[in-house]
Ligand binder design. Structure first.
Ligand code: B12
Length: 254
């Protein structure tokens, strides 16, 4: 299928172009029954979606039913004028990035990774760091030119700052998963503030990642880049190569 023209109004595609096919899933706080299924259909209709078809109704607790409903949307979105920034990262493979990092820096780049304070989620962070990799893409621990140190979850901000100083880290990669009450914003901001207070902010490339993180949010919070769902390590490594090279080129001679 050819991608939509830049100024085209687009809508979801299922079977035929423009059919508006969507799938929604949600849980209603009612026991599984025919009435619950009817309620799910009516709820989807109230969302402005047509022809709701319940394809799954499953009891997940005595008073809760989980639904997957297919339906048709009739509205569309105009692609014209949409601007959404993403972290600049060339599509490079691990071997090329390794070669370039070694050639340009002549030493191993120290990269720290963590989830901050109360955040105990490690899977996203491990996907980026773990030697075995994620989605067919090896993690940073596999890169010969990168000294990748995964500090794990629930690392206090002050400890990260201490390790930045001690290891002379080139980059810090923070995974922020829990967003309840904007806690991720607070933790991410605390790290920037403390690095700034210690005069270390400009010495490290700061990257944030997580399910609710994007490049725009990360930039707004004082990070150099942000990566969301589906990120693979080579994209992050390519960004590191680009950003560290840019900094080296603009650094004034000591
Ligand atoms: C597994 C899991 C847990 C496990 C974590 C185990 C572990 N060792 O990690 C356990 C059971 C401990 C847990 C606990 C909690 N969890 Co939880 N958890 C999940 C779950 C099911 C999967 C998350 C996951 O592993 N995703 C897979 C990875 C690969 O995806 P990812 O994190 O998005 O990572 C990718 C990108 O985002 C990006 N990325 C991520 N990090 C980084 C970092 C960098 C630097 C970069 C570049 C990229 C990057 O790259 C990754 C690969 O592409 C999600 C629901 C879901 N389906 O997403 C809830 C979820 C994240 N949890 C949630 C909640 C609320 C909690 C609890 C608060 C529940 C509770 N009331 O106790 C606790 C909090 C514990 C704590 N102190 O942090 C909510 C968060 C909602 C919100 N708005 O904040 C979710 C979304 C569930 C939900 N729908 O309510 N959880």
């Amino acid at each position: 299928m050819t991608p939509p023209a830049r100024e085209e109004n687009v809508r979801p595609y299922g079977d035929k172009k423009g059919d508006g096919a969507v799938q929604v899933s949600f849980t209603l706080p009612v026991a599984k029954s025919a009435a619950a299924t009817e309620a799910a259909k009516r709820y989807v209709a109230k969302m402005g979606l047509r022809e709701p078809y319940v394809t799954l109704a499953e009891s997940i607790a005595p008073e809760f039913t989980y639904f997957i409903v297919y339906a048709r949307a009739t509205h569309d979105v105009d692609m014209a004028g949409i601007v959404a920034e993403e972290a600049p990262a060339a599509a490079l493979g691990r071997e090329e990035i390794d070669r370039e990092l070694s050639r340009r820096f002549g030493r191993r780049i120290v990269v720290l990774g963590c989830a901050l304070e109360s955040d105990a989620h490690t899977v996203g962070l491990d996907a980026i760091f773990n030697m075995k990799g994620y989605a067919g893409d090896y993690g940073l621990e596999r890169y010969g030119a990168i000294d990748a140190r995964n500090l794990g979850a629930q690392v206090p901000v002050a400890e990260v700052v201490r390790l930045v100083r001690e290891t002379r880290a080139d980059a810090v990669l923070v995974s922020a998963t829990v967003t309840q009450n904007e806690i991720h914003v607070r933790h991410l901001t605390d790290l920037v503030d403390m690095l700034e207070a210690e005069g270390l902010r400009d010495r490290v490339v700061l990257i944030a990642g997580g399910a609710r993180v994007d490049h725009a949010l990360a930039k707004e919070l004082g990070y150099d880049a942000g990566f969301g769902p589906g990120t693979t390590a080579s994209r992050v490594a390519a960004f590191l190569l680009e950003e560290l090279s840019r900094r080296a080129a603009t650094a004034s001679p000591a």
